[in-house]
Ligand binder design. Sequence first.
Ligand code: DX5
Ligand code: ZN
Length: 229
Amino acid sequence: PIKGNNMPSDLKIAPSILSADFSRLGAEVEAVDNAGCDYIHIDVMDGHFVPNLTFGPPVIQCIRPCTKKIFDVHLMIDPAQPHLQSYADAGADIITVHVEADAHLDRSLQMIREMGKKAGVSLNPSTPETAIENVIDKVDLILVMSVNPGFGGQTFIDSQLRKVEQLRRMIDSTGRDIILEIDGGLNPETAPKAIAAGVSAIVAGSAVFKGGGSAYADNIRSLRPNLKV
Ligand code: DX5
Ligand code: ZN
C-alpha cells in the first residue's frame, strides 16, 4: 500500500549523473531525458564534506542546454552558503544543502528561495528527522540519504525507511506539497520499500546507468511501482 499523499503515478525518478560516463556527459543527460526520467540529479562533492570530489558550476552550466528537465542539485559541500548563487546561475532548479554542513541552515534555505529556486535539505543516515523540524516551513524538498554520501553503488541502509515514515507524517501535517526524496542504493528491490514508506522521488545512479543507453528506459521503468499492486 502507498502511504501519504503521493500517488504512484506522481513518483519522480531522478537519475544521478555520478554514474554516467563523464567523457560523454551531455549525451548521457540527453539519453536519460529521452528514457523518461523526471529530474536530473547532480551530485556536487568537495573532497572535504565527503571523501570524493566531482564537479561544480562550470560543468552544470555546460550540460544545462542538453535538457529542459529539472536540475536537482545535491550539494555535498561545506560550506555551501558562499556558493549558492553560483549554482543558481549555473542552471539549478532545486538546490539541496546538508543539515550537517550548515550552521546557518535557515539562512541558506531563505537565500535559495530568494534566488527563485526550490530549497532542499538533506540528512545523512545518522542524522535524526527532528533536525529539520524548525525549518520545514522553508523547504520545498527533503532528501533522505540511504547511504553515507560520497560514492555511487553502495548498499541501501534499511533503518532510513523509518525516518522516511516519520518525515512523511511531518510533511503531511504541514499540508504543503514538499518533495520527499531518497538517495543511495535504490534499485528494483529497495525502491518499492521506499515508496511504501512515503517517498515521492527516487534518486538512482548505478541502477539507471547500468547496461548503457539502450537500457536506460527499462531501468527507469523498473524503479516505478507496479500499478497493479
Ligand atoms: C551518493 C550520491 C548519490 C549516488 C547514488 O553520495 O548522493 O546520488 O550517486 O548512487 P547509487 O544509486 O548508485 O547508490
Ligand atoms: Zn545525491
